[in-house]
Design a protein around this ligand. Structure first.
Ligand SMILES: *Cc1c(COP(=O)(O)O)cnc(C)c1O
Length: 355
């Protein structure tokens, strides 16, 4: 292809992604007063309202733009990702928008509704028996097809413009502008790739805010152990987070430890309990990682109140509970996994006021 032909295709690809963005509204910031702590307000950045239903919509858009502008993707490129979850769903959406073939490499154990969501947007599924091989298989498929492996765990932290360009942090600070405490005392998020925490942590510093960044992490995740001791980079075999989207067995390249001010480990039962409590407050189902965030936020709110401080805490509603009907919202599932979430749900419900 000539330079003109290549640039012509590229210009059209980028136009489609930018036009999709231009047609979209920003995600809402929901205000949640805490009755036990009148001076402290919690805010939820509702990432479930993206077209593909989760914060991974932002990541997928960034990864595609990054790959396009690097000319790693052209009109004939097969696009590949190692993901069984929301990332593959959002990437399939953008691949179809550009008329590109998309293959998600997933563990064979992946739940059917997720595979359906990937196929819904025209994505193909490549199953592997051993979940640890997804990265190598994705690399292999890229080599075989002459395709491009998007590699969310490596590129999440650098594909997003952390200084601005309406990234999630810039959007949060803009939406907080008219609030009683416009600069949050804390922003709390989870880490899957680590991309979201990297963007927020850098933006806070670049804007010279005093906001602390807290990452809430499932107990069976390596991230909080690595934060406490950088020599720890993997988890013992068989130790796995049950909270989808967050908590990893290995420290991912996109996890930037230095800009996280504190980490709070959260039990699965606490995450799922907080998720149920928030679902009751909002009147609609939220996902498990949102519960992890909420648990950590209420812990921070209790601490702030104890110190006599007032202020705001911002966290993320990462995705809706629609895809978790067969797991977190299924009593039999919780029993089978020995997850007793009711006490945690009661504790969180008591700390939050209905809207
Ligand atoms: C990916 C994901 C996260 C974590 O975001 P990262 O930017 O990848 O660290 C949290 N919740 C859900 C539901 C996710 O899919």
């Amino acid at each position: 292809m000539t330079i003109e032909d290549r640039r012509g295709w590229l210009a059209e690809a980028i136009r489609r992604i930018e036009a999709d963005y231009n047609r979209s509204a920003d995600t809402h910031l929901i205000r949640l007063p805490l009755p036990r702590h009148p001076g402290i307000t919690l805010y939820l950045k509702d990432e479930s309202s993206h077209p593909t239903g989760s914060l991974k919509h932002r990541l997928a858009r960034s990864l595609f733009l990054y790959a396009l502008c690097n000319e790693w993707i052209g009109p004939q490129t097969t696009v590949i990702e190692a993901s069984s979850g929301s990332t593959a769903v959002s990437e399939a959406y953008f691949a179809r928008m550009l008329g590109l073939r998309f293959i998600a490499v997933v563990p064979a154990s992946t739940a059917a509704p997720k595979l359906e969501a990937i196929r819904f947007y025209g994505g193909e599924i490549h199953k592997v028996d051993d979940p640890r091989t997804v990265y190598d298989v994705a690399h292999g498929l890229a080599a075989e097809t002459g395709g491009h492996y998007l590699d969310q765990f490596t590129y999440a932290e650098r594909a997003t413009d952390w200084r601005g360009n309406n990234n999630i942090a810039q959007s949060i600070f803009a939406q907080m502008a008219q609030e009683e405490h416009p600069v949050p005392t804390w922003i709390v998020c989870g880490a899957g790739t680590g991309g979201t925490s990297a963007t927020i942590g850098r933006f806070i510093r670049y804007q010279r805010h005093a906001t602390g960044l807290c990452v809430a992490d499932p107990v069976n995740s390596v991230f909080h152990r690595h934060h406490a001791d950088p020599a720890i980079t993997t988890l013992p075999e068989g130790c796995a987070s049950r909270i989808e989207g967050i908590g990893r067995p290995r420290v991912e390249p996109s996890f930037i430890r230095s800009i996280i001010d504190r980490m709070i480990p959260v039990e699965d039962a606490q995450s799922i309990g907080a998720m149920h409590a928030l679902t009751g407050i909002l009147g609609r189902r939220v996902g498990g990682s949102t519960g992890t965030n909420i648990w950590a936020c209420l812990q921070i709110a209790d601490e702030m109140a104890h110190e006599g401080r007032s202020g705001s805490i911002v966290t993320l509603l990462c995705d809706s509970g629609d895809r978790y009907g067969g797991t977190y919202y299924d009593t039999a599932w919780a029993q089978a996994h020995g997850i007793d979430w009711q006490p945690a749900a009661a504790r969180i419900a008591e700390g939050m006021r209905p809207l």
